[in-house]
Design a protein around this ligand. Structure first.
Ligand SMILES: Nc1ncnc2c1ncn2[C@@H]1O[C@H](COP(=O)(O)OP(=O)(O)OP(=O)(O)O)[C@@H](O)[C@H]1O
Ligand SMILES: O=C(O)C1=C[C@@H](O)[C@@H](O)[C@H](O)C1
Ligand SMILES: [Mg+2]
Length: 200
């Protein structure tokens, strides 16, 4: 089933056959750009971090503090599986979600992954001064982000589409994502999602 369409600047409507999954580090703009993208595509926006919080009945910071990171990752894996099995939407993944091989496989089969790539200075600036990201609450946030970049960028790089999320406004970045999606869909014949995987 195809749903939603890009209202383009003169290049014709484009149906969105699969869920768009935004990946990238904390502060890259997944939530901010994701909301705008969903509006432009006329599909719902879902933030996986919020879904994990709803499912757990507590904030991500509290999940980390009371249950630990491993429990958070397990909840995140389940939430991503559920959302990827659901209707087409724009899905902002948590920053670490794409590091899970099972999640990456599901995204590959059912979604279109878009990496919002940003540099260290920008991420440091955008994440400064807020306490709700547990990974950045201990030690030096810049050093932590740098080490996450080293671990994760080689994996984010395997996303279907990469868009540089620089100093531009969220609307400009959203426009870049739409252009990149259009190119990817054209080059890949707008593939429908593969059938939902059932657990053995
Ligand atoms: N293109 C942009 N221009 C200006 N500000 C931006 C842009 N993208 C994001 N921001 C700001 O940076 C901050 C982080 O953005 P956002 O919350 O969307 O990141 P994220 O990738 O969802 O990461 P996290 O979930 O950890 O917050 C927000 O305050 C947001 O308003
Ligand atoms: O990069 C990460 O590992 C995280 C990013 C956030 O979106 C949350 O999912 C959580 O704070 C962990
Ligand atoms: Mg977010």
């Amino acid at each position: 089933m195809s749903t939603g369409w890009i209202t383009p600047d003169g290049t014709g409507p484009l149906t969105l056959p699969r869920t768009v999954v935004l990946v990238g580090l904390m502060g890259a703009g997944k939530s901010v750009v994701g909301k705008r993208l969903a509006q432009r595509l006329h599909v719902p926006f879902i933030d996986a971090d919020h879904e994990v919080e709803k499912a757990a009945g507590q904030s991500i910071a509290d999940i980390f503090a009371t249950l630990g990171e491993d429990a958070f990752r397990e909840g995140e894996r389940k939430v991503m599986a559920r959302l990827l099995d659901g209707p087409v939407c724009v899905l902002a993944a948590g920053g670490g979600a794409f590091m899970c091989p099972e999640t990456r496989r599901r995204v590959k089969r059912r979604g279109i992954s878009v990496w919002l790539r940003a540099d260290l200075d920008l991420l440091v600036r955008r994440t400064a001064g807020r306490g709700h990201r547990p990974l950045l609450n201990q030690g030096d946030p810049r050093a932590k982000l740098e080490s996450l970049m080293a671990q994760r960028y080689p994996v984010y790089e395997t996303a279907d589409v990469t868009v540089d999320a620089g100093e531009e406004s969220p609307d400009t970045t959203t426009g870049r994502v739409l252009d990149a999606l259009r190119d990817w869909l054209d080059a890949n014949d707008s593939p429908p999602p593969e059938p939902v995987e059932t657990d053995p």
